[in-house]
Design a protein around this ligand. Structure first.
Ligand code: FCB
Length: 448
């Protein structure tokens, strides 16, 4: 299987997950969350992480050795607030000097704590603060950066952060999570306006490839509900300029959505340079039946908690699909990625697509055939989507380095490069060599 010659072969990381250097910047909601007992595995923090703030030159050299054409990293809003844009300025120069396209994401979950103290994403003012921050970053970097991502996975920020509470800031208010989702959408729209119109500006969603357990009307309705809460709450305003009616009806008992002001949806509906798709695993849902045990552990892959990240969808049950799983317990099924790429190709004809994250956690071993098999399956699915007409322009493997995996701390390893957290020594795994070959040649050997 051959990929197009101009396909962007990249890897992705995020500031809080790799940088460290926490004393040199303002606090973020993740610093606070890490220090809240019981929230993060083993009490792990982002204080040092993969020490990238110190080792960034070595990391860029490593990317160049792996033949990467692009690097998706995130900019730490709290670091910029404390005057730290110089780091990103130097990083961008270093990437360009190595022939690597810098692809920054403005927000990968590390809200400045001071903004959370003033209400966080449920407050409209946070979207305006984000637009000011976007303009500041743009002033510093837009002369050299042409690919921008506004937000990473706003679903997680809104619903894991404010409804289920498994992510920072750890609130458990379904009504707040809906407000947060809207203000994140608004933040995206305002940020697009703050970046140069010549730039390619997109957003990275984690759309759910959601399937119904059976084709009974009740199960199909469960799928519709989750599709609204996982996908259309974002793609509605982003791609079509309005929130879906069924979403407003499903959540009417929690919110009247009066926080959506006239003109907001048009503001969110900006021309997009690309749509970023982060994909790991599909979802399988059904309607609850009389036999459903309400106390049964959740199986939607988003952590164990008694609070649901799905406002107004208590009647939906998530099932663990059969088959192999990664170390996260996420089932491996690359067809979900093909389905999503084809869905967006139909829904937004001509809109360029980027796979902005895909990858898997497995054992720490340097020899990692399960990761290679995972990547190979998902890249085959992308190749199939390309053949079927999806305008996919690039792939960003999650992740370049082992890193801080949110509430799982350092217990889950997604890197194609192993990090020894004691010494910070980086060692490429077999998957890194496999990926380097692919990035150099564009040739995917199937069944290998
Ligand atoms: C995504 C996040 C990323 C990483 C992967 C495994 O949801 O965007 O930071 O944690 O999952």
């Amino acid at each position: 299987m051959t990929f197009p010659g101009d396909f962007l072969w990249g890897a992705a990381t995020a500031a809080f997950q790799i940088e460290g250097g926490a004393q040199a910047r303002d606090a973020s909601i993740w610093d606070t969350f890490c220090r809240t007992p019981g929230k993060v595995h083993a009490g792990d923090t982002g204080d040092v992480a993969a020490d990238h703030l110190r080792l960034w030159r070595e990391d860029v050299r490593l990317m160049a050795e792996l033949g990467l054409k692009a690097y998706r990293f995130s900019i730490s809003w709290p670091r910029v607030l404390s005057g730290g844009l110089g780091f990103y300025d130097r990083l961008v120069d270093e990437l360009l000097a190595h022939g690597i396209e810098p692809c920054p994401t403005l927000y990968h979950w590390d809200l400045p704590q001071e903004l959370e103290d003033r209400g966080g994403w449920p407050e409209r003012e946070t979207a305006h603060a984000f637009a000011r921050y976007a303009a500041q970053v743009s002033d510093a970097l837009a002369d050299r950066v042409s690919w921008w991502t506004t937000l990473n996975e706003p679903w997680c920020s809104a619903f894991l952060g404010y409804a289920s509470g498994v992510h920072a800031p750890g609130r458990t208010s379904p009504a707040d999570s809906l407000r947060a989702a809207h203000h994140l959408n608004l933040a995206h729209g305002l940020a697009v306006g703050a970046l140069p119109s010549s730039a390619r500006v997109g957003i990275a969603l984690n759309p759910s490839a959601v399937r119904a357990l059976t084709d009974s009307p009740a199960d199909l309705d469960a799928r519709r509900r989750i599709d609204a809460l996982a996908n259309r709450v974002f793609t509605g305003p982003l791609l079509h300029g309005s929130y879906p009616e069924d979403l407003l009806t499903d959540t009417a008992a929690l919110s009247d959505w009066s926080f959506v002001r006239p003109g907001d949806e048009a503001l969110i509906h900006q021309p997009l340079g690309f749509l970023g798709v982060n994909y790991y695993t599909p979802a399988l849902v059904s309607a609850a039946t009389a036999a459903t045990d309400p106390a049964a552990p959740r199986s939607d892959g988003h952590g164990s908690t008694s609070h649901s990240p799905w406002p107004g969808a208590d009647s939906v049950v998530f099932h663990q699909p059969p088959g192999e799983r990664t170390d996260m317990g996420w089932s491996i099924d690359s067809s979900g990625l093909h389905d999503l790429l084809m869905r967006f190709t139909r829904e937004a004809p001509g809109l360029p697509l980027l796979v902005t994250e895909n990858g898997a956690a497995f054992a720490p071993d340097l020899h990692d055939p399960p990761r290679i098999a995972y990547l190979e399956a998902h890249l085959s699915a992308i190749h199939r989507a390309l053949r079927d007409g999806a305008p996919v322009g690039g792939y960003f493997l999650w992740s370049l380095l082992d890193n801080f995996e949110w509430s799982y701390g350092y217990s889950k390893r997604f890197g194609i490069v192993h990090v020894d957290y004691g010494t910070q020594v980086r060692t490429p795994r077999s998957s890194a060599r496999w990926y380097a070959h692919l990035a150099r040649t564009g040739l995917l050997r199937s069944g290998g």
